[in-house]
Design a protein around this ligand. Structure first.
Ligand code: ATP
Ligand code: MG
Length: 136
């Protein structure tokens, strides 16, 4: 996987979620995703950025325009040093929430992207990586 371009957004306030959404919309458009896919990617990013803010207080979103075997895509990585997720498969179940949410953020983001990887452990923070590849 080759990085074409990349950037990062610090997430520490509610309005940083908007900045993250804006950066993702711009990067996804540059990759050449159609309007529907751009919306899918921005929605997934929004949920993950919101989780970073809500559960960890702060973190970083790294975006990377990438290329693999002539195919272009977008990778988003959300890194925080918050409390971590004790049971990842439980957190991925629809309707599971330790907060006041609907428990749809993580499973929704997974469905909207091609790939999701969660690295997390209590006391060690959380890193969530999602990718989407452009069709043809
Ligand atoms: N970055 C994170 N750090 C710690 N825990 C997290 C993080 N992201 C998610 N979680 C945990 O995973 C649970 C499920 O997340 P998910 O986004 O699916 O639902 P939610 O945030 O509770 O509700 P919704 O997103 O529907 O408003 C959260 O309730 C929280 O316990
Ligand atoms: Mg959520």
């Amino acid at each position: 996987m080759t990085a074409v371009s990349q950037g990062e957004i610090q997430i520490a306030t509610e309005s940083d979620i908007l900045l993250a959404r804006r950066a993702v919309r711009e990067a996804a458009t540059q990759v050449g995703f159609g309007a529907t896919d751009v919306t899918r990617i921005v929605t997934a990013a929004s949920e993950l950025a919101r989780n970073t803010f809500l559960y960890a207080g702060r973190g970083t979103m790294h975006w990377t325009r990438c290329e693999l075997h002539g195919r272009e895509g977008l990778e988003l990585k959300f890194v925080d040093k918050g409390p971590g997720i004790p049971d990842i498969s439980l957190a991925l179940q629809e309707g599971y929430s330790t907060g006041k949410g609907l428990g749809m953020g993580l499973p929704g983001a997974k469905r909207l992207m091609d790939d999701m990887d969660i690295q997390s452990a209590p006391g060690h923070g959380t890193t969530i990586t999602v990718k989407k590849w452009r069709k043809t």
